[in-house]
Design a binder for this molecule. Sequence first.
Ligand code: ZN
Ligand code: ZN
Length: 380
Amino acid sequence: MLRRAESQQPIANSRPMNYPVRQQKFLHCLFEKKLDAFLVTHTSNLSYLCGFTGSTGALLASSGRWTFFTDGRYTQQARAEVCGARVVIRKGPVLAAVAAALEREKAAPRLPARALGFESGHLSVASRSSLASLLPKRVRLRAVSGLVENLRLIKESEEIARLRAAAQAGSCLFDSVLAIIKPGVPETSVAGELEYAARRAGVAGMSFDTIVASGPRSALPHGRASGRPIARRGFVVLDFGVILRNYCSDMTRTVHMGRPSREMGVMYEAVREAEQAGIDSVRHGVMAREVDRAVRKVLRRAGLVKYFTHSTGHGVGLEVHEPPRLSRDSQFRLEAGMVITIEPGVYLPGKGGVRIEDMVLVTANGAEVLTAAPRELIQL
Ligand code: ZN
Ligand code: ZN
């Protein structure tokens, strides 16, 4: 059982990320936005800019210098991981340390920081007001969103290598989990076996709660595994991802228990064709909404578009859901080096649902599918 994933090759060493280059690019963004300083608090953005992978920290860019603040729990980890920033370990709240550092800077002869940007999408209202009350008077907070995320859109070659490895690990897990999907087995057991095999294969964790949705539950786009036993007939949707060397994978396959009815077979083929049309439309320079349109066009022809109730895909990287979004009104333009998902689904309430999801690398002339698992309907 689950032999293939367990016998995977040990995870090869990866090359280090080039943090100084990322930091330089970011400082350039600050200059363009007329920001004197910036405070990064979102964990995946900390990881991207300075390598820290713990869950509490703050990175301050001010006067062209970088300082990383964390507390005593992360002393060793911060010293081992943080690149290109001075590490400050604090006893009290991290934000008070940030404010104190800006206060000291104000006293220095150089120009004091005045406009301090912060990640509006990631700092709670309480933290924002506490920071505002601690800051020196001349420093004004400015809400900024998506600054680091924009840098993260185009993946570097090492990031692509890690995403490729994560996608590959996901595909191997899918192959191996097929053997345990049987009538009577609860969805949670399938999810548990899959996650156990993932850990045994050396992944750091799952990138989100594994979805195993069978029978009528397959019509729930986000049906987390429940205690429901898998029935003799009907679809089973498996949507899962792993985190490998900090990078996420995300894939969905839908299998059918027993022979599908004609209606269900037609529905599966329509989703498969829609997914392929989405992949075929991916290319450097194409608007993300065009990919969404290509997918919907196929489902509309099949009379199923009204049952496709979410967007076509999203970026994947340090986070399982990150920009660009591939939706009807997305303003993103695809560029070579982006890694995205294509994941159309059709959900017939009370009957069942189908979703197929692959990870795709955008290239100059098209798309490279990173998810290796087959897309033909598997009957169990
Ligand atoms: Zn997914
Ligand atoms: Zn997804």
